[in-house]
Each structure stands twice: as C-alpha cells, then as structure tokens.
Ligand binder design. Structure first.
Ligand code: URA
Length: 239
C-alpha cells in the first residue's frame, strides 16, 4: 500500500496532511526517510515511524465508551447529544457507527467502530454473543425470577426470550445476562414479571467488561486483548 494511505488510516488524518508530514521528512519507512507519498510498503512488515515514534497500522478503530444517560446511541441527531459527539476530533473517523445500541436513558458499555464486518459478526443473532446488565428495579420481590429467566420470559408481543441468567443483588439490584438483543429487551422482560427498570447499565459484552476507570462520557480504544476476546467470541460461535 502507499505510505500516505498507511499514515491516514493509522492516525486519522487527511491525505494532504500525510503528504506534508512526508515532505517535511518526518516519516521513516524501515529506518529510511520516505521521499514520496506514493512509496509502496507492505503494511504487515514495514516499520513506519513518525517523528521517531513507531506507528501500528490499523484501518479500523474500536472504542469502548461508558455512555451517560440522555445521550443517543446514534451518529448524529439534530436535537439530542449523540455518543459520537463525545468522541474527540482525532478519533472521529468518518465511518464510525454504534455496534449494539443502548436506550437514551441507559448507561454503560457502548462499542463504537468503523469495522462493519466485525460488528456484523459480533452482533449476528445467530452468534448469541451475550450482554450483561446491572439493573435497578422498582421492587425487590425476586421470587421465581431465576427460574423464569432460565425458562424464557414471554414478552408483551408473545415472543419467548432465550434463556437468560438472573442474579439477585441487594436493594432492588440484580445482574442479568442475555444472549440476544430485542428492542427494549431488558425493560420488557422485567415488565412481563410485573417489575419496572429504574436504571439500566450495560457492564459487559461477551467476555469484555466495561472498564471501571471510565467515567460516564469517557471512552478509550479497546486493548489488543479485548479485541482478541471479541474475535474469540465470534470464532467460538462460528456458523
Ligand atoms: N434493554 C433495554 O431495555 N434497554 C437497553 O438500553 C438495552 C437493553
């Protein structure tokens, strides 16, 4: 691939910005100053440095955000603040989208990426990648809940949910793990049991947990290990 494209993809700058870096002599390819933006390199083997710092080629970006309440799981909206509005300019790749939405009043783990194939595989209903939520309910009479979730809750439209794992905590709180993603699923499941969701926070997707250091509204890139965990999840459930 061309070295200017490599730089654009990796640090999210425009072609002309990349060309300027190259003509200023700030870019090395395998320890040799790159003289032309058209220089062909192998992105898998070439060591590219910018101002002495080695770049790691990545066409895609994977972001873990702790979504706050009141923010839409959308790329843009004319009225409300969206999750993408919370992303810094330097990370705002043009083709970012939300992989697995949360309701406006829900908080927690939002995955944002520009890797369509990855998101498609991860979210495919056939793959049953689980999602875990911490829920605050209006009352804590949880009698029979564990069994009911195990058996499959029947939603208001007659849909029978896949078995889910319910764990009671204290003071009207519980953890629920589901293996599918129907519209407003958690709220509707508890409604079927005569309870009401007061607060809903997604705390994990598959084996990847929301980073407890992320305050609401903050985000960071997935680590290589987290990305691998998602890939394992996709491959484990390969069709
Ligand atoms: N289920 C819901 O009801 N809301 C969410 O935001 C996520 C799952």
């Amino acid at each position: 691939m061309r070295i200017d494209k490599y730089i654009c993809d990796t640090i999210n700058i425009t072609r002309s910005q990349a060309k300027r870096l190259i003509s200023a002599g700030r870019v090395l390819a395998d320890n040799v100053k790159a003289k032309s933006p058209a220089l062909q390199i192998d992105e898998n083997t070439c060591t590219v440095q910018l101002d002495g710092k080695t770049l790691k080629y990545s066409r895609y970006i994977y972001i873990m955000m702790n979504k706050p309440k009141g923010v839409l799981s959308a790329t843009m909206d004319r009225h409300a603040m969206t999750a993408l509005d919370l992303i810094d300019q330097k990370d705002r790749y043009s083709d970012l989208f939300i992989a697995g939405r949360l309701d406006k009043d829900s908080t927690g783990f939002l995955l944002i990426t520009n890797d369509g194939a990855f998101a498609h595989d991860l979210l495919s209903p056939k793959r049953h990648v689980n999602k875990t939520y911490e829920v605050l309910l209006s009352h804590d009479d949880f009698y029979g809940y564990e069994q009911a979730f195990k058996k499959g809750i029947v939603l208001d439209d007659g849909y029978v949910c896949k078995p889910a794992v319910f764990t009671a905590l204290t003071e009207c709180r519980c953890i629920i793990k589901i293996y599918e993603g129907k519209f407003h699923q958690i709220k509707r499941m508890f409604k079927s049991l005569g309870n009401e969701v007061v607060n809903l926070k997604r705390i994990a997707m598959g084996d990847v947990s929301l980073d407890p250091c992320l305050k609401e509204g903050e985000y960071r890139r997935l680590t290589d290990e987290e990305y691998e965990l998602f890939l394992n999840e996709i491959n484990k459930n390969n069709l």
